[in-house]
Design a protein around this ligand. Structure first.
Ligand code: NAD
Ligand code: MG
Ligand code: MG
Ligand code: MG
Ligand code: MG
Length: 329
């Protein structure tokens, strides 16, 4: 195994994270090969970006560090069929989310270093922040250290994608997996969409204009979240009116009450005891019918049509970078 600070890297998968990691690592001076299925959907993109594209098996065989950046649900089979038979003895296997290792879907070969580097943001942001000299906060972890150098490899990779420009926090596969799932389910993706939809529905059902309700419940959320991002809830209080503060302080807990907290603990319990993972794996393996139907419900929610019409007048949106277009968090 390489003892250099810049191991030869194979990136398998060229989606949200894969493309961002590959571009950032190359710009940081790493030798990067991209492993993709011939004729797959992102092969042309990787070639257009100037990368040497090989089959996953060939890319894996030539690498000192293999970054597994395909969707989580294909990783177990990919590991069995392609990675384990081809990865060099003593190489480093890197994940951007701990799901498969933590839930026992992948048991990495005993000779490998196994690490995690997880940027806490979508790939487009990982790339954009790097280009402007900043980075997305990242966490890293070591599952298996056979070389004695695994932590350093994770840190070097984290530095290469720009994540170490922020505080890179050491975590474990268990903590990263469980907190990442909880964040996206309860707060960031699940919680936020349901809060917005329910607020909008409440106003529209009470007879208010859908367009006005859209501004109040969806559009303005960005302004508030930007204040959170810059200076926490303290900064929001500095910027909103006293009326808004008083209303928020007295009415917020009508919505997020003890029942909501109990439901959040239920979400967490299902993550911790493996219920969520088993359900998602079974859903994926049986063809995703329920997942697709639920997603269609979000895409066809009436707030989407209202927003599409209003955003057509927001000319600046068509030129803005689109990290929100990434498929997962
Ligand atoms: P993605 O769906 O955007 O991209 C997947 C890529 O893998 C595509 O290039 C696809 O063509 C390729 N691919 C699919 N099946 C393949 C196969 N069998 N063999 C080879 N290549 C295959 O994925 P993503 O959202 O970037 O997620 C990758 C990893 O990063 C996951 O572990 C995810 O949990 C993690 N992660 C994602 C985000 C995010 O915001 N998207 C954030 C942090 C961590
Ligand atoms: Mg308002
Ligand atoms: Mg107001
Ligand atoms: Mg996440
Ligand atoms: Mg996630």
């Amino acid at each position: 195994m390489s003892t250099t600070s810049k191991p030869r890297i194979a990136i398998v998968g060229y989606g949200s994270q894969g493309r961002a990691h590959a571009l950032n690592l190359r710009d940081s001076g790493f030798e990067v090969t991209v492993g993709l299925r011939p004729g797959g959907p992102t092969e042309l993109k990787a070639k257009a970006d100037g990368f040497t594209v090989k089959t996953p098996a060939q890319a894996v065989a030539g690498a000192e560090l293999v970054a597994v950046l395909t969707p989580d649900m294909v990783q177990a089979q990919l590991y069995r069929d392609v990675i384990e038979p081809n990865i060099a003895a003593g190489a480093c296997l890197l994940f951007a989310h701990g799901f498969n290792v933590h839930y026992g879907q992948i048991t990495p070969r005993d000779d490998l270093d196994v690490v995690l580097v997880a940027p806490k943001g979508p790939g487009a942001l990982v790339r954009r922040e790097y280009e402007i000299g900043r980075g997305v906060p990242s966490v890293y972890a070591v599952h298996q250290d056979r070389s004695g150098n695994a932590e350093q490899l994770a840190l070097n990779y984290c530095g290469g994608i720009g994540g170490a420009r922020q505080n890179a926090i050491r975590t474990t596969f268990k903590e990263e997996t469980e907190t990442d799932l909880f964040g996206e389910q309860a707060v960031l993706c699940g919680g936020a969409t349901k809060l917005v939809q329910a607020g909008w529905e409440t106003l529209v059902e009470a007879g208010y204009q859908p367009e006005v309700a859209y501004y109040e419940c969806l559009h303005e959320l960005k302004l508030i979240v930007d204040l959170f991002y810059e200076g926490g809830i303290t900064r929001m209080h500095e910027f909103i009116s006293e009326t808004a503060q008083y209303g928020a302080l007295t009415r917020g807990s009508y919505v997020v009450d003890d029942n909501t907290r109990a439901q959040m603990r239920k979400v967490l319990t299902e993550i911790q005891d493996g219920t969520f993972a088993r359900q998602w794996i079974a859903e994926y393996q049986s063809g995703n019918a329920n997942y697709k139907a639920l997603k269609q419900g979000d895409l066809e929610h009436p707030i989407e049509a209202v927003g599409k019409k209003l955003r057509a007048n927001m000319k600046w949106l068509s030129t803005a970078p689109q990290p929100a277009a990434a498929p997962s968090v």
